[in-house]
Each structure stands twice: as C-alpha cells, then as structure tokens.
Design a binder for this molecule. Structure first.
Ligand SMILES: Cc1cc2nc3c(=O)[nH]c(=O)nc-3n(C[C@H](O)[C@H](O)[C@H](O)COP(=O)(O)OP(=O)(O)OC[C@H]3O[C@@H](n4cnc5c(N)ncnc54)[C@H](O)[C@@H]3O)c2cc1C
Ligand SMILES: NC(=O)c1ccc[n+]([C@@H]2O[C@H](COP(=O)([O-])OP(=O)(O)OC[C@H]3O[C@@H](n4cnc5c(N)ncnc54)[C@H](OP(=O)(O)O)[C@@H]3O)[C@@H](O)[C@H]2O)c1
Length: 476
C-alpha cells in the first residue's frame, strides 16, 4: 500500500488523538493519532500530512482572532508547533488554495484533501446605511487590532464618544473590551502598534451592545461577561427593568446559562457597596447591554456620509429559553453613535465550484467530515460546522474528521492503492506560478523577528503586517 498523503488547507493543526487531551492541551497532530488502520485503534503509521495556508504564517484565528489580552488562549500554539515539527507533517504558507493551486490539482496529488479554511467573510445586516463611513464589521476591526495584513489600513474612526456594537456574542464583548481597556493594559499585549496608537488617542467612552433578543438568549459566555464587569475604569450600565421576571425562572435554567444570567442580574440589580461602588462611580468609561432591539437602518449624519446613529425596532419574544424568537413590534427607537461595529457572526465562502457548498447554512455539506458526493474530500472546523464554537469545539471536529478519513482507509472507501506525488508535484506548479511557499522553519524566522521587535516595545511580539516582508524574512 502506498503512503497515505493528505493535504489540509489551514493553519491550524488539529489534535486528532484517540487519547484524552491533557489539561491545557487543545491541539496536536493528525499523525499522532494514527495507529495501523487494520488494528484496534485508529492511526496510520506512515501517513504524510501537508498543510497549505494562504498566509505566510500559521494558526488562523488563534493569531488573528483571539483577543490580544487573552495570551493564555494562544498557548495552544505550542501544541500546534509540536505537530508541525513531526517529520511527516509539513507546512506550506503563502499558498492560496483555489487560486495558487486548484482543488483538482490537489486531488490529483493526494489521497485525501481536508478543507479547513474557516469562515473568512462576515454576515451582513442587509439594512440601509450599512456601508456608511464609521460602520465596520467586527471581523475587520478584530483583524485590524490583531495585525491581519488585509486589515492593516482600516484606520477606524474613534473620535466620537459613543460606539454601538450590534450582536451579543463573544466577539462583540472582545471588541467592547479592547475599545474600553486602559491603554497600559493593552501595551503589554501583542496588539498591533497602529491599533495601540489609535486606541490611545480614542475618544470612545461609552459602548452599547445591542442584541435582538433578551438576556436569556445572549450568545456570550460568563468568563467574558465577568471581565467586562470588572474592567478597570469602566462601569456596567444594565437596566433592572430588562430582568423583570427573570429572577423567578433562573433556578430552572441549565447550569452555564443559570450562572451567566445570575451574573447579569447581579450587575443590573445589586447596588455595589464599598470599593466597588467607589470604583464604578470614579470610572471614566461605561458599557451597557440593550436587549430586544433589531437594527433597521443606519442613520447618516448631515453630510450623508458618516454614521450618526441607528434606528432599532423594539422587539418582543415568542417562545421560551434559548430558542425563543424575536418579533418586531411597531415601536422604533433611535440611538446616536459615531462608531458602529456589526458583530453578528462570520461566514464561510465556497472555495471552488467542484466542492459542494450549502449557501443557506454557509457550510460544506458533510457527514462526519466526509464531503457529500465527493469521495476523497473531507472538511473540518468552521467550514464544516458553521462559525460557532471555541478552539476545543474545533478540535473535536478534527477528531471526528480524522476518524472518518481513517475509517475510509480501513474500509477501502478511500482508495490509497496508487502512489501519489504530494508536495513534489505542487512544488513544481508553485514554482511555475512564481509563488514562494513559506515552510514552518520560515515561519519560525518570522516569529523570531516579531518577538525581537516586540521586546524593543516591551510587548510579547510585534507582528509583521506585510505579506511581502514576511516572505522575505522567511527566506533569509
Ligand atoms: C474574533 C474571534 C475571537 C475568538 N476567540 C476565541 C477565544 O478566545 N477562545 C477560543 O477558544 N476560541 C475563540 N475563537 C474561536 C476559534 O478561533 C475558532 O473556533 C477556530 O479558530 C476555528 O478554526 P478553523 O480552523 O475552522 O478556522 P480558522 O482559525 O479561521 O483557520 C482557517 C485558516 O484557513 C486559512 N485559509 C482561508 N482560506 C484559505 C485558502 N483559500 N487557502 C489556504 N488557506 C486558507 C486562513 O488564513 C486560516 O489560517 C474566536 C473566534 C473569533 C472570530
Ligand atoms: N473568548 C472566547 O471564548 C471567544 C471569543 C470570541 C469568539 N468566540 C467564539 O466564536 C464564535 C463566534 O462568535 P460571534 O460573536 O462572532 O458569533 P455568535 O456567538 O454567533 O454571536 C452573534 C450575535 O449576533 C446576533 N445576530 C446574528 N444575526 C443578527 C442580525 N441579523 N441582526 C442582529 N443581531 C444578529 C446573534 O443574535 P441571535 O442569538 O439572536 O442570533 C448573536 O447575539 C462563538 O462560538 C464564540 O463563542 C469565543
């Protein structure tokens, strides 16, 4: 039998081990997982895994999504790095699949192709004024402060006092926290230098997070809410009337929702005393949650170009619990702001006409990671499941898809009898096309430069922002 050759299209190396993850270990290697397919467990003793990534640097949203003030979350990079150093795993950055290499070319050169390209677009509101100046998607704003090359020139307008964030998810809370954090806290993070400078000069003092449903339907989680409540120099603004009647039902909620709701109720209803009362009174910034409001129209200012506010419909809920639906009433409400961030979720795009895509759900249709009606094609991560879930959830996707690949090898559904050329064939094509792939050791050179640049500024790293420069550094 020839060696199983698999290509993954992503920066993230997923843990695919049959064993339990150790605490703090959220990702390892596809090949760590593989024992002979004929045996009891599932792993492959000679599989070769090549990872193609469009950026010259690995780690996807762990580098470009996870908030800079959450460095502990990024420790998962250590496990990814261990995987990348395995002698049967290779990383080829700076290669865009679907552009530099086609799906068909990859299919010809590998036995299995696993699509893990995430959700790189964002949902849009579909309301008038959405494209006014001063309105940004949270995705581009996050990319901007995290040094994503394509967003480095966003230069968001931070000269007004009130910012509105649409959406009650964790990304919304990340963005609110970054806007309101004391600058000295951000200075110690790997936030991009341009963002640090802009946030230091920002006039934003008030951030309102607007959700279309109620307190029992928020999508953010307790740790992130607690961080907001305890954010230095900022006070929460929660309206007691939003929590009327909720106290009675809270005890029957599932535990995570119960604890989250109790924390919101505490922040809304309990009058702080002592130090906390003093802290809140002295705070120069504030943030609040607005419930049961749907965006209807972004209101322009007098010049017709810049955002001046948002018109919201006042909603009511139908149904109970997390699945309750919002229904718009005839009431509307206008809120003023000079900065608006739409944080209503991410979206995957189809990568190639030959790969099935469910436009409704924004995912590649699959059965346990097997792309439907496309033998040899697999998928994992947000493009498989949709843009929800934390790193651990995404890791479990990796387990599932890896098991599917290995089961298919074992059952013969995946034909690995013919030997395949793998990267050697791709290398020739990339050379012809003038593409300079970046290896993992190339990334490690970029890493060294970034860490050294960060040290000069007292930060853990200063990310390179220019793709050309990254490729240059990697090739030295
Ligand atoms: C703003 C934000 C903050 C988050 N914070 C946390 C957190 O604190 N904790 C937590 O547990 N989870 C967090 N998450 C969730 C976590 O990041 C995701 O669960 C996880 O990254 C999804 O992994 P993925 O591989 O599907 O996608 P991604 O991480 O997006 O990886 C996809 C990769 O594919 C590459 N790619 C795209 N198109 C192509 C192509 N055509 N060719 C080659 N490569 C391509 C991309 O460059 C990217 O590197 C956060 C998510 C976001 C959006
Ligand atoms: N610290 C962390 O662990 C962390 C940090 C960031 C992200 N993440 C994870 O990454 C995933 C993505 O996060 P996310 O915040 O982008 O998405 P999300 O969790 O899906 O939240 C999206 C929010 O937008 C709202 N929304 C959707 N469409 C809307 C519309 N048309 N109009 C108004 N509101 C709309 C949703 O309301 P409805 O509920 O009514 O649809 C929801 O409140 C999540 O699983 C999240 O937990 C984790």
């Amino acid at each position: 039998m020839s060696r199983l050759r698999g290509a993954l299209l992503a920066a993230i190396y997923r843990k695919a081990s049959g064993r339990q993850a150790l605490p703090g270990e959220t990702a390892a290697a596809l090949h760590d997982y593989m024992v002979p397919c004929s045996g009891e467990g599932l792993y492959h003793e000679s599989a070769v895994v090549d990872i193609y990534e469009k950026l010259p640097v690995p780690f996807g949203l762990v580098r470009f999504g996870v908030a800079p003030d959450h460095p502990e979350v990024k420790n998962v990079i250590n496990a990814f790095t261990q995987t990348a150093h395995h002698d049967r795993c290779s990383f080829y950055g700076n290669v865009t699949v679907g552009k530099d290499l086609s799906i068909e070319e990859l299919k010809q050169a590998y036995h299995a192709l696993i699509l893990t390209y995430g959700a790189e677009a964002n949902r849009t509101l579909g309301i008038p004024g959405e494209n006014l100046r001063g309105v940004y998607s949270a995705r581009t704003f996050v990319g901007w402060y995290n040094g994503l090359p394509e967003n480095k020139n966003l230069n968001p307008e931070l000269s007004s006092e009130t910012a509105i964030i649409l959406g009650h998810g964790n990304v919304g809370l990340d963005v609110a926290r970054i806007l309101l954090s004391p600058i000295d806290l951000l200075r110690k993070t790997d936030i991009a230098a341009h963002a640090l400078e802009a946030i230091a000069a920002s006039k934003v003092k008030r951030v309102l997070l607007v959700g279309r449903r109620g307190p029992l339907q928020v999508a953010f989680t307790i740790k992130e809410l607690r961080e907001m409540i305890n954010l230095p120099d900022a006070r929460p603004l929660l309206h007691p009337s939003d929590f009327e009647g909720i106290g009675q039902i809270v005890k029957d909620l599932p535990r995570p929702r119960k604890r989250l709701t109790e924390l919101m109720i505490k922040a809304a209803l309990e009058k702080p005393s002592g130090n906390e009362a003093e802290r809140r009174a002295a705070a120069s910034k504030e943030w609040g949650l607005q419930f049961l409001r749907s965006p209807m129209e972004v209101i322009p200012g007098n010049d017709g170009k810049w955002v001046a506010g948002i018109r919201l419909s006042v909603n009511k809920l139908e149904g109970l619990g997390e699945s309750a639906k919002f229904v718009q009433t005839e009431d509307v409400e206008d809120l003023e702001c000079g900065l608006m961030l739409s944080s209503i979720g991410y979206k995957s795009y189809p990568i190639d006409p030959s790969v099935p895509f469910d436009h409704q759900q924004g995912i590649i249709p699959n059965n346990l990671g097997r792309v439907l009606h496309a033998p040899g094609l697999y998928c994992s991560g947000w493009v498989k499941r949709g843009p929800t879930g934390v790193i651990v959830t995404t890791m479990h996707d990796g387990f599932e898809t890896a098991v599917s690949v290995l089961e298919d090898v074992r059952s013969g559904a995946l034909d690995v009898s013919a030997s395949k050329g793998g990267y050697e064939i791709m290398e020739a094509l990339l050379k012809q096309r003038g593409i300079r792939p970046v290896s993992f050791s190339g990334w490690e050179k970029i890493d060294n430069v970034e860490v050294a640049n960060g040290e000069k500024a007292g930060k853990p790293r200063e990310k390179l922002l220019d793709v050309e420069e990254m490729v240059e550094v990697a090739s030295q």
